[in-house]
Design a protein. Structure first.
Length: 72
């Protein structure tokens, strides 16, 4: 499982890009989201995901928001 932050969301086209902690930019499609609505995603939001190879290069699948832990 990889982690990163949402870099850009292209709402009118239904996709976006994630900045992986490894420094690469990974494409994602709204159909790859798990337990989060596409319209609720924000830039700089922490996410976790898997990467699969596609004809156009790597893409993120099973994208979910990382829940921020609160200090007690």
């Amino acid at each position: 499982m990889h982690t990163g932050k949402v870099k850009k969301v292209v709402r009118e086209r239904g996709f976006g890009f994630i900045s992986d902690t490894d420094g690469r930019e990974v494409f994602f499609h709204q159909s790859s989201l798990v337990d989060v609505q596409f319209d609720a995603l924000k830039e700089e939001q922490k996410v976790q995901f898997e990467i699969e190879n596609s004809p156009k290069g790597p893409r993120a699948i099973n994208v979910s928001v990382v829940k921020e832990e609160t200090a007690a």
